[in-house]
Design a protein around this ligand. Structure first.
Ligand SMILES: Cc1ncc(COP(=O)(O)O)c(C=O)c1O
Length: 521
């Protein structure tokens, strides 16, 4: 109880208690928890509906404010395939996909069965001074599907951890320090991964960063060549398609980058945390360009959205330079890396991708989505571009000829115009999607690869309707919505006291004025 009270927002904190009282409340908390200690089943049954209040007290109240402002503060009670289900039983087409982890859709029964198999088998998980079967088979299966340039796997638990591993391996394998990354890159938010982040919104306030990390424009081979020419670069780390903005590289960029790296002795690292596992219509996006990287980072969809997981696939040469003698056997790793539950979920994920032919399906559905939505560029002045690869898709908006509407709200918060699209999609069409990054008017979709054709068509129709409406929204109406949103938020009780589901509607439009609504990965 004592620890909990200390993590409350400022205004709800109790005044400091004397040390003796802190001790007794701590004891009280212990005795209460041992008496009450409900099971998970009991918690799910008896405390449903408290999630926002708990979030606002102990987790991320600013996120709670954003959700409430745009009216996305649903109580989610379940998920199935490409859909999320709210407490009133309404199904929402989830194009956010938990930041891209739900490639198989939510709650795929084969992955659940694999996890249950591990639990039932009571496996000898994580012996640490010992090795396990499932992790070894996962490495075998992933490497069998990867280019021949990689020949070993370093397990991890998240995307950022995989990237951290790649940075360390690159430095140790080459004996060099510098790491090159690209503008707008996103590789995770731990310190090393953040040092490779190309967006000030994520970096600000967290420096100084890992030394030797250097940014080049995405798609610019000359800039990369200049940096590599110094002869001190350990690795160039790049997303084949950038998650922030869904930026697809010029056709020759990645192959060119790979050969420049090879020529200069730098390692070429593909961060496929988001693009991997079928997302772009190939199992690995690098297949689109026939790449043979020195390292490949994987995570997100790899365990079907159930268990944190990550992996770095590494060339044998680099791997052997890092783990080159017995005393260096455990110089990199993590306690939970390669655990049985994650490995089992990943093996089941690969099985489902193969069995349901989801990679080819992603390519087909992605083509359909582009075919249905690309014409919006010609039909609507505010649509700058529609782009995508497989089921990684985005629409970029631009100011209309009469800029007053755009300027009116973009002035208050850059990137907010796109909410004229995402918010009605959610409220009127039950489609959840999000902006593709901070301060940009790019809306992104990462549908489950199992998404049905009729849902793709439904999305395209709904999108056109809301885009047309956003194009014709009047400045006065939007300013009113904006003012109401601010007013509403300023009177909000961050502890979650105000009612749910409201948002700030102005004839079907709602607005958020708080922080990083644009945070997606
Ligand atoms: C390309 C890429 N790399 C790394 C990461 C970090 O993954 P995680 O959030 O699991 O640390 C992300 C997350 O969005 C990502 O998109």
């Amino acid at each position: 109880m004592c620890r909990r009270a200390m993590s409350r927002p400022e205004h709800t904190r109790p005044s400091p208690a004397p040390a003796s009282r802190i001790q007794s409340t701590t004891r009280l908390a212990h005795s209460m928890s041992s008496k009450a200690s409900p099971t998970v089943r009991e918690i799910l049954a008896s405390r449903a509906g408290e999630e926002m209040e708990l979030n606002n007290l102990y987790l991320n109240p600013q996120l709670g404010r954003i959700l409430r402002a745009v009216g996305f503060d649903r109580t989610w009670v379940g998920g199935e395939g490409a859909h999320l289900i709210d407490s009133s039983g309404q199904r929402y087409l989830d194009l956010f996909g938990g930041h891209g982890v739900f490639a198989l859709g939510r709650n795929h029964p084969e992955v659940i069965a694999a996890i249950e198999d591990v639990l039932t088998a009571r496996t000898a998980n994580l012996p640490q001074l010992g090795v396990t079967l499932l992790s070894g088979v996962l490495a075998e299966q992933l490497l069998a599907r990867a280019p021949e340039s990689v020949g070993a796997m370093v397990p991890a638990n998240t995307g950022a951890e995989a990237v951290e591993g790649a940075i360390k391996i690159a430095r140790a394998a080459t004996g060099r320090q510098r790491i090159i990354f690209t503008e707008h890159a996103f590789h995770g938010l731990t310190m090393g991964a953040l040092s490779l982040n190309g967006n000030p919104e994520f970096r600000d306030g967290f420096g100084p960063f890992v030394p030797g990390c250097c940014r080049v424009p995405f798609g610019d081979l000359d800039a990369l060549e200049r940096e590599l020419g110094r002869g001190d670069v350990a690795a160039f780390v790049v997303e084949p398609v950038q998650g922030k903005g869904v930026n697809i590289p010029p056709i020759d960029y990645l192959a060119g980058a790979q050969s420049l790296c090879g020529a200069s002795g730098a390692l070429f690292v593909c961060d496929e945390v988001q693009t991997g596992l079928g997302r772009t219509g190939r199992l690995l996006a690098l297949e689109h360009w026939g790449l043979e990287p020195d390292m490949i980072c994987l995570s997100k969809a790899l365990s079907g959205g159930f268990i944190p997981i990550g992996a770095v696939l590494v060339s044998r040469a680099s791997f052997e330079r890092v783990f080159d003698r017995m005393k260096r056997a455990i110089r990199h790793g993590s306690t939970f890396g390669g655990n049985d539950l994650a490995a089992a979920a990943a093996l089941a994920t690969l099985r489902v991708l193969d069995g349901e032919q989801l990679v080819a399906r992603a390519a087909r559905m992605g083509d359909l989505l582009l075919e249905l939505t690309r014409p919006l560029v010609d039909r609507h002045e505010i649509v700058r571009e529609v782009r995508g690869l497989g089921l990684m898709w985005a629409i970029e908006l631009r100011p209309p000829g009469r800029r007053s509407v755009w300027n009116g709200i973009e002035h208050a918060q850059p990137g907010v115009f796109s909410q004229l699209v995402t918010v009605p999609l959610f409220h009127e069409h039950r489609i959840l999607c999000q902006v593709a990054g901070p301060r940009m008017n790019v809306i992104k979709a990462l549908p489950a690869l199992v998404v049905e054709e009729r849902e793709i068509r439904r999305f395209a129709t709904a999108l056109e309707e809301v885009v047309a409406r956003a194009e014709h929204a009047s400045a006065a109406m939007l300013r009113l919505g904006w003012r109401m949103a601010r007013h509403r938020l300023s009177g909000l009780n961050p502890a979650g006291g105000a009612g749910r589901g409201g948002g700030v509607p102005v004839r079907g439009l709602r607005f958020a004025s708080a922080g990083r609504h644009g945070q997606d990965s």
